[in-house]
Design a protein around this ligand. Sequence first.
Ligand code: PMP
Length: 358
Amino acid sequence: MKRKINFNAGPATLPEPVLQELAKATLQYGKTGTSVLELQHRGSAFGEILEECNALVHELCGIGPEYEVIWLHGGGRLQFCMIPMNFLPEGKVAAYIDSGQWAHEAMQYAAYYGDTKIVASSRESGYAHLPQWPARLPAKAAYLHLTTNNTIYGTQWHDIPACSKPLIADMSSDILSRRHDHSRYAMFYAAAQKNLGVPGVALAVVHKDMLRKAARPLPPMLSYKAQAAERSVVNTANVPGIYTALLMLRWTKQRGIAAIEKENTAKAELLYGQLDKSRIFVPRVSEKAHRSQMNVCFTTNDMAHEQPFLDMCARHNIIGIKGHRYTGGFRVSMYNAVSLADVAALVDVMREFEDLSP
Ligand code: PMP
């Protein structure tokens, strides 16, 4: 059966060459005589996978050896827990920018471990735009947490102002989608199921200065310091998930971040351009400087259009555009593996729908 044009927000579509490599490795990994699903987590083949993953993260993010690259279980939400566990000591406060549901949840999870403070929020407006960057941070702030791309609401920080405290960023839905100065961060992290592969795995990149600040004794599984010291193999690692991340990193390198950014910009221009001139579809984020290149959210001027449009997309082999249950409407996720041709196919259907609608 023909592959669908898949705009799901995550787990997201993966590049076909990556799937083919994965299929081969599922039957036999290299010359090991075993599947990647059976590969030993403390064996030399997996050691090489990890080493190449870490080197590619350093290279593609343009960061030096002062950063530790760690591969963890538990997706994005476990990072919401580990960050305050590791970096929020008693007597300090964790500052959060509340720019969307994930940003908000990250703060709610942190509140289990210590004092938190929202220093900027656009919650009142339903996260339809980015909040104002905080003019000041509490003197006691241990870190400032930011979500660079708000997956559910379709906003993205394109310019990140200066920050006087260690900056920690959730880049789950826009990592490696653009050229970006990663050296600004004390830590950045991403759930893998968008630009980095499959669910369950998370990438955490932590500056060594930050690791030295680790707040309290923790079981090794939950300690960045122990995970870094054990080279991400405190326990049985998610070998196939991390191998998939390696295939994604190789694919990303082969294309180049600058070329990926160029295509992501072209995709966004095409879809927002169509929305801005539409008489039926209404973009959710009106402030152009706040619009996400990764997740484009929109509604229709009449709810009655929704199901017929979804049906028309399905007839054209397009899936995954239903909006998140919190927002309704539509969300088109255009991560790196979605091509300009995929977006053009969707825009053609939008035009056809408009032409056929009274
Ligand atoms: N942060 C962001 C920005 C996300 O988009 C998501 C999930 N879509 C998460 C965190 C949560 O990830 P997980 O489901 O792996 O916990």
